[in-house]
Design a protein around this ligand. Structure first.
Ligand SMILES: Nc1nc2c(c(=O)[nH]1)N[C@H]1C(S)=C(S)[C@@H](COP(=O)(O)O)O[C@H]1N2
Ligand SMILES: [Mo]
Length: 311
């Protein structure tokens, strides 16, 4: 881990650049309205278009961030550590064909291509807040399906207590994987009951279109009550396992990134506060809400758990 340098900089330190980037995102958003050609290559992948989808009752009613903001201000370290890197570099990711292998402690291991994933459940639009551990947030109109629909197909055994998700490992397509900023491939984990919760989705699109590459095409996890890094992109493997998996961020900095990583304004990151956040495109900060505002739905999952110890 000697080459590791903490990539998450305190929000107070990054404000000027952050504001620059948010202006850039805003301008790209404005440009996108006039000339979609400015955001082209990374935006179309891998499907031509999504099947019909329904509007979900779980959606937030807040104003949504623009497509330009959502596709130009990203964390996807496989393509670099700057917020603009994924939009600039993700065009090299090959998303077709794509297979998600689901195995481990399941009665029916299965490989899903994107078409078979789309057939698991009706597609829904879910407008969710995404809260990054770095202190910014966005509101994103995802299109996806409940992760529970996939789990029902593979039938976890009694030993399948956790899920371990893995991103594609392909340094030729993902130049960031030639650096040692993280241990590749990117890995994340959930407890089975978290994964079965109706708010947890596999997203295949946003703004009504197939997922742009910089947002994790062709399929990524979205867990809206947890910090953004739990929502792993470009997934190729899901394994049911008996023991709590070690995620890439926990491996890199265990004191900073715990397994649960529930959004919690009362538990500071060791190097900065989590009490407030800046919505991309806004100037003033807002208060961060417990479980990112989804406490009514998910607090019950953590009854009896000390959230300071299990951060
Ligand atoms: N494979 C992979 N998934 C990832 C990341 C990453 O670097 N690699 N970054 C995470 C972080 S820190 C955040 S905040 C979200 C950002 O999602 P977005 O760029 O679609 O807004 O993706 C998460 N998923
Ligand atoms: Mo993040």
């Amino acid at each position: 881990m000697s080459t590791y340098r903490p990539p998450h900089i305190a929000p107070s330190e990054i404000t000027p650049e952050d504001l620059y980037l948010s202006r850039r995102a805003w301008m790209q958003g404005a440009a996108a309205l006039g000339a979609a050609a400015l955001l082209p290559e990374a935006v179309s992948a891998p499907l031509e278009k999504l099947p019909t989808f329904y509007k979900s009752r779980y959606s937030s009613s807040e104003p949504q961030n623009s497509l330009g903001q959502i596709t130009s201000y990203n964390n996807f370290y496989e393509f670099g550590t700057d917020k603009g890197d994924p939009a600039d570099h993700a065009h090299t990711l090959k998303t077709d064909p794509w297979v998600v292998e689901v195995g481990g402690e399941v009665a029916r291991p299965r490989r899903f291509d994107i078409d078979s994933l789309l057939k698991l459940a009706p597609l829904e639009e879910r407008i969710y807040r995404l809260r990054c551990v770095e202190g910014w947030s966005m509101v994103i109109p995802w299109v996806g399906l409940p992760l529970s629909a996939l789990l029902k197909q593979v039938e976890p055994t009694s030993r399948g207590k956790y899920l371990e998700f893995t991103t594609l490992l392909a340094p030729e397509q993902m130049p960031g994987q030639k650096t040692s900023v993280l241990d590749w491939p990117y890995v994340e984990g959930l407890r089975l009951d978290e994964a079965m919760h109706p708010l947890a989705i596999l997203a295949v699109g946003l703004y009504g279109k197939p997922l742009p590459r910089q947002n994790g095409a062709p399929v990524r996890l979205v867990v809206p009550w947890k910090y953004g890094f739990k929502s792993i992109k470009s997934i190729v493997r899901i394994r049911l396992v008996e023991k709590q998996p070690i995620s890439s961020w926990t491996r890199a900095a265990p004191k900073e990134y715990g397994f649960y990583s529930n959004v919690n304004p009362e538990v500071d990151h060791p190097r900065w506060s989590q009490a407030s956040e800046r919505r991309i495109g806004e100037f003033l900060k807002r208060k961060t809400l417990m479980f990112n505002g989804y406490a009514d739905e998910v607090a019950g999952l953590y009854k009896g758990l000390d959230l300071r110890r299990h951060f």
